[in-house]
Design a protein around this ligand. Structure first.
Ligand SMILES: Cc1cc2nc3c(=O)[nH]c(=O)nc-3n(C[C@H](O)[C@H](O)[C@H](O)COP(=O)(O)O)c2cc1C
Length: 365
């Protein structure tokens, strides 16, 4: 790749200035310490990847009830904010930018994670088919969640707002609202998991009410120019489906567009399983409804990423697994260097192995 590659051109996403268009996708690695506090090893992991134009942090719970996997970090305690501050300082000292992904897993959780071992919460009392993980990372059947009372929802909106405030206090350049991959906000958006008959269910406008309230609260607190949003309209994981994904997500994108967010992040998971999450559609069609900056993700390589930008489908491209195995992905692309392979056995949990020990490229080898 030449130095003139469009992937190496700087760009601004709202207030955030990126040195290049390669974004590190959010990646849960289950290595937080006691109290779900970021560790020094996490500081090193993110520092190594600071040449990405932007790092999106691993998903981070806004409240204890939002946790669904062991050793995932939070942003609701003082110790967590202090731990994250070390990460953001390290990334900034290395010239990088980093936003925090705000997470509540809803029905993907298990009572073993919950205060007082309560049931996880969701829009409706509908269990995900199959097995999830408990707090010991053992496989267990998903539980039937408790449907949230409408009166509880403003409190969760407030928790998103507070978490965004904490993220800025921890030194992040902004936040990404996680409304993808079958977690709580996505569970409200799609009609397979939302059977409510109140103001938060039924029409797309009602199903999107919770997300819109979160967008409204977060942007009012930290500014729309520091707020991004991630959606995954065709992602079937976590038992997700929608009877009409295009109707749902075209309305959601149109409504959110009015807020002039820093970016919209569309994850393409599920595009290779057409119809599983509902009738398929061309995710690129969402581009026409969005007046701001667009981020895309899912199995991109250098050539496809360049094409996505030059063909106008995206402004920036996020890479997940390639950034796990290649901390210096930007340099490797610049030099047309070979890529390290990722080891899936070390994705979740553990220590340095498969985390901070992937080699940087050395031209002498
Ligand atoms: C180990 C692992 C952890 C992930 N954790 C998150 C996460 O915390 N938040 C999220 O939105 N997506 C998460 N994803 C999805 C990735 O952000 C990305 O969408 C996916 O890996 C596809 O992109 P890729 O083909 O470039 O890897 C995760 C994926 C993997 C493999």
């Amino acid at each position: 790749m030449s130095n003139h590659s469009v992937l190496l051109h700087p760009i601004s996403l709202g207030q955030i200035e990126l040195a290049n268009r390669l974004v590190m996708a959010p990646l849960t690695r289950c290595r937080a310490g006691a109290g779900n506090v970021p560790t020094d090893l996490m500081v090193e992991y993110y520092r190594q990847r600071a040449t990405a134009g932007l790092i999106i942090s691993e998903a981070t719970q806004i409240v204890p009830e939002g946790q669904g996997y062991p050793n995932t970090p939070g942003i609701h305690s003082e110790a967590q904010i202090t731990g994250w501050r070390k990460v953001t300082d390290a990334v900034h000292a290395a010239g990088g930018k980093i936003v925090l992904q705000l997470w509540h897993v809803g029905r993907v959780s298990h009572s073993s994670f919950q205060p007082n071992h309560a049931l996880p919460v969701a829009p409706s009392a509908i269990a995900i088919p199959g097995e999830g993980r408990d707090a010991q990372f053992q496989k267990v059947p998903f539980e039937t969640p408790r449907a949230l009372d409408a009166a509880e929802i403003p409190g969760i909106v407030r928790a998103y707002e507070l978490a965004a405030h904490h993220a800025i206090a921890a030194g992040f350049d902004g936040v990404e609202i996680h409304a993808a991959n079958g977690y709580l906000l996505d569970q409200f958006l799609r009609d397979g998991s939302n059977h409510r008959t109140d103001l938060y269910g039924g029409s797309v406008g009602n199903r999107a009410r919770f997300l819109m309230d979160v967008v409204d609260a977060v942007t009012a607190t930290i500014g729309a120019d520091r707020t991004g949003l991630r959606i995954s309209p065709l992602q079937p994981a976590n038992g997700m489906s929608d009877s009409n994904p295009w109707a749902t997500f075209s309305q959601v994108v149109t409504a959110v567009d009015a807020y002039k967010l820093a970016y919209l992040h569309v994850a393409g998971m599920g595009v290779d399983q057409p119809g599983v999450a509902g009738p398929a559609f061309d995710l690129n069609a969402l581009r026409a409804l969005w007046s701001g900056k667009m981020m895309v993700n899912y199995r991109y390589d250098q050539a496809r990423a360049e094409a996505a930008i030059t063909e106008g489908h995206a402004d920036v491209v996020a890479f997940g697994i390639p950034f796990i195995a290649n901390p210096d992905l930007v340099n490797r692309f610049r030099l047309d260097a070979p890529l390290n392979e990722a080891d899936a056995n070390t994705f979740y949990g553990g220590a340095e192995k498969g985390y901070t020990d992937y080699p940087f490229f050395s031209a002498s080898h």
